[in-house]
Design a protein around this ligand. Sequence first.
Ligand SMILES: [Zn+2]
Length: 141
Amino acid sequence: MTVTISQAAFRAIVDHSQSQFPLEACGLLAGTNTTGQKTVTQAIALPNLAQSRYRFEIAPQDQLKAVLAMRKLGLTPLGNYHSHPETPARPSVEDLALFVDPSASYIIVSLAERLPVVKCFNVGQGENPFSEDELVVNKEI
Ligand SMILES: [Zn+2]
């Protein structure tokens, strides 16, 4: 599957991840989902309740507030993002325990290399615990 993301949202996710280094950053993804084609147009940065280098936790009230704000703008919640300050961009065991929504997209930013690596995953489709989606950055939106 392909997930499209606006350049502004992509940049916001990377900037937020770098600003929180060496802690994990996290937030929600908002946009549109028409006939299965997801387009992320906004990244909503949220505090990492865990304040950890290895895991993230979004407070339920922060999540609820963000989702209500999205809906007000006519946007659809599409999933979440978080950073891996020191490890590769693939879901950890802890992540897979949190990634329970098969309709959600999960973006992970790795800051372990010189340049950020950004990947998008989904869960619960097929035999594998997760699979990677192609993330396409669109400068026009
Ligand atoms: Zn993680």
